[in-house]
Ligand binder design. Structure first.
Ligand code: ATP
Ligand code: MG
Length: 349
């Protein structure tokens, strides 16, 4: 038996949920370690909100168990109601109480405290989210970013075992979104708050979280730190979803060697079958202009700080190289292509 202190903040085992023919969650196993900021990342409709609602107790799973801080809150034995689970929730739409002022909103989950303790805690969390002194304002006069910080303060105030955030920045414009997500990471760290953040934005997941769980069609494909997800994706779907990637055909040439249209490349893991799909990141591709080089430049897409150069090899394989913004290559130029570092391969059968 594990002691409650060493238990993860959240442990899901075999959690499944169907809606008619739609399998929203398919035997999900997920741990959120205490103190971590874990992102749940996946495309629209993959089941992220459903998992959050199951954890919060707003939805019952068809199968599986949910534990919070070592305590079973859902399973064959029954289900604990949401208000007894000790989780905090922040949703995309701010959902503040318009008839309460900011302090009333933030203190909403603190009604068990006496007036002095409650107002001290409200002041503390308002300070934490950078809204000190706004307690007597109405939420209706605040900006979108301020309202979202009030929603965060309200969820943080009771110091929940686990904070669940469902796309909390998606209603904000791009610049505010980036600023607020960095701020929220700092706030959560300062409060030592364990959190599970739902997003479909891979940049948001990689830049904010220390662990990322990647989900497709109700199944978790991989749970890892951002560097591992990018460098060692567990499935082709993860490789394609995290960052840019091109896929080339490959044939096993040794335990850690594969033959590709770019020549023989080293692989990160043992090559698992005769024919494989080879994942190449544009960051790893080096181009050098040479008049009788084996590949031809087909496209140039300029981003300011860098550019993506698309090339085609003699046997028709296409891939992209990320390079600095210099204008030394033009469409139609012949180039040598080299791949730096080992590549990831997946069996194709
Ligand atoms: N109450 C419901 N009734 C019927 N189908 C539902 C219900 N809730 C969710 N679904 C379906 O379950 C699947 C997963 O939905 P969910 O809302 O969990 O996705 P999501 O990953 O949060 O997507 P998004 O990024 O768009 O918010 C979808 O196909 C959705 O249509
Ligand atoms: Mg959702």
């Amino acid at each position: 038996m594990s002691r409650p202190e060493s238990a993860p903040a959240l442990r899901c085992r075999g959690v499944s949920r169907r809606f008619g023919d739609v399998v929203a969650l398919d035997a999900v196993d997920l741990d959120v370690p205490a103190g971590s900021l874990t992102a749940l990342l996946g495309p629209s409709g993959c089941g992220k909100t459903t998992l959050l609602r199951v954890v919060a107790g707003l939805e019952r799973p068809d199968a599986g168990t949910v534990e919070l801080g070592g305590r079973t809150v859902d399973g064959p034995g029954g289900s604990l109601p949401p208000e007894e689970r000790g989780v905090g929730l922040v949703f995309q739409e701010h959902a503040l109480f318009p008839h309460l002022d900011v302090a009333g909103n933030v203190g909403f989950g603190l009604r068990h405290l006496d007036r002095t303790a409650r107002s001290a805690r409200v002041a503390e969390v308002l300070d934490l989210v950078g809204l000190a002194g706004t307690g007597d304002r109405s939420p209706t006069v605040l900006s979108g970013g301020q309202r979202q910080r009030v929603a965060l303060a309200r969820a943080l105030a009771p110091a929940p075992t686990l904070l669940l955030l469902d796309e909390p920045f998606s209603s904000l414009d791009a610049a505010l979104r980036v600023a607020l997500r960095d701020e929220v990471r700092t706030i959560l760290r300062a409060a030592a708050q364990t959190a599970l953040l739902v997003t479909h934005d891979q940049e948001e997941a990689l830049s904010v979280a220390d662990r990322v769980a990647v989900m497709f069609e109700g199944r978790l494909h991989q749970v890892a730190d951002p560097q591992t997800l990018y460098g060692a994706p567990a499935t082709p779907a993860v490789a394609a979803f995290i960052g840019d990637a091109d896929v080339l055909p490959g044939r096993r040439a040794g335990r850690y060697l594969v033959d590709t249209p770019l020549g023989r490349l080293a692989t990160t893991d043992a090559v698992a079958s005769e024919e494989v799909a080879v994942v190449v990141r544009p960051e790893a591709v080096r181009l050098r202009a040479r008049p009788d080089g084996p590949a031809t430049v087909r496209s140039l897409t300029y981003y300011g700080r860098d550019q993506l150069v698309g090339v085609e090899t003699a046997d028709g394989a296409r891939l992209r190289a990320r390079r600095g913004p210099e204008r030394d290559l033009a469409r139609g130029d012949r180039v040598d292509v080299a791949v730096e570092g080992p590549v990831v391969t997946f069996p194709t059968h």
